[in-house]
Design a protein around this ligand. Sequence first.
Ligand SMILES: Nc1ncnc2c1ncn2[C@@H]1O[C@H](COP(=O)(O)OP(=O)(O)OP(=O)(O)O)[C@@H](O)[C@H]1O
Length: 326
Amino acid sequence: MSPRTPTIALQTHALSTGYSNPVLHLLENMSLTLHAGELVCLMGPNGVGKSTLMRTLAGLQRPLAGSVTLEGGAGMPPEHQVAVVLTEKIAGMNMTVYELVTFGRYPYLDWNMRLREEDKKIIGQAIAQARIHGFTHKKLYELSDGQLQLVMIARALAQDTAVILLDEPTAHLDLNNRVEIMKLLKRLARETGKAILVATHELDLALQTADILWVAGKDKTLLTGLPEDLVLQGTLDDIFQLKGFDLKTGQIYHTAFRNKTVALHGEGYLYRWTRNALERNGYNIAASAPTDVTVTVEPGDRPSWQLQEGTAQKVYYSLKEVLQAL
Ligand SMILES: Nc1ncnc2c1ncn2[C@@H]1O[C@H](COP(=O)(O)OP(=O)(O)OP(=O)(O)O)[C@@H](O)[C@H]1O
C-alpha cells in the first residue's frame, strides 16, 4: 500500500516559544506539522507552555526563534487562516448566539461591516455543523457552559479557516459535555477537512479521540506520535509522572488487602467490570486454579456469576451478591 500524503495546513520550522522581557524559554526547536482533516491534542504538565504555543501558532505572539508557515502562504492575513478559541471569558454575554457567530465573519467585512449573502451562508453552515440551530436566538447568559462552548466553536467555523486552535475547550464541563465536544471536533476535522489542534489536560479523552498527540515535557521538548504508540513506549508515564495508574491497562493500581485469591474466568466487558469490583475490594486475581475461589462470568440477557469454593457451587445475579458471598 502506498502511504497517503495528507495536505499540510500548518508547519513550524525550528520554532522556539516563550517571552523576551524578562527572558523565558518555554518549548524549543520544534518542527511540527498539522495536516488537513486531523485532530491533534496538545498535552503537557501545567505551565509547560501550551497556551503560549497556541498563541504563537495563531500569530498572536512572536516566536523567540524559528517560524510558523500557514497553508495560505505569506500573502493571506493570519485571521483568514487560523481561528482561535481561547479560555478568556466573553465580554458581551448580553448578545445573542447568532450575533456571536457572526463575529467569525468580521475579518472579512469591508468598512461598512455589513454581512453579505456569502457571509450569511457561511454563518448558516457553521451553525449547522456545530448543531446549535435550536438556540441561535438565545442570549449568551442563558446558555449552559457546554452550549456556550459549542457557540464558540461555531464562531471559529464561521471564520472559515483551514486551522482551528482551541485552548482547553472542555474545562469546567461535565463528562457528557466533554465527550460531546471532543466527538464534535473529531467529526469536524473529518467532515470539513480542517486541521484542529486542542490543548487539553484530559488524557483519557485525548487517547480515545486524537489522531496525533503533541506532548510537551519539562525538558522544553515536544514529542509527537500516535496516542497508542506513545502509551506503549511509556512516553506519557514519564511526562505526566503517573503514580498509582497504569496507562497501558487503563487501570488504577490496587493493593490486594485481602488474603484471598480469586480465579476469574470469562471475557468482554462483564469480565472487565467483575475484575474491577474484585480488585477494588482487595482481592488478588489469578487466571487459573489453585486458588481459594473460582468466579466464572456468564454473559447473556441476564448476566450471572458462578462461584465455586471447594465443592460448593452457587450462582449470583449481581456483583453486590458476589462480593457479599466472598
Ligand atoms: N504574558 C506573559 N508574559 C510572561 N510570561 C508569561 C506570560 N504568559 C504566560 N507566561 C508564563 O509562561 C509559562 C507558560 O505558560 P502557559 O500558559 O503557556 O502554560 P500552559 O502549559 O498553557 O499552562 P496550563 O496548563 O496551566 O494552562 C508560565 O510560567 C507562565 O507564567
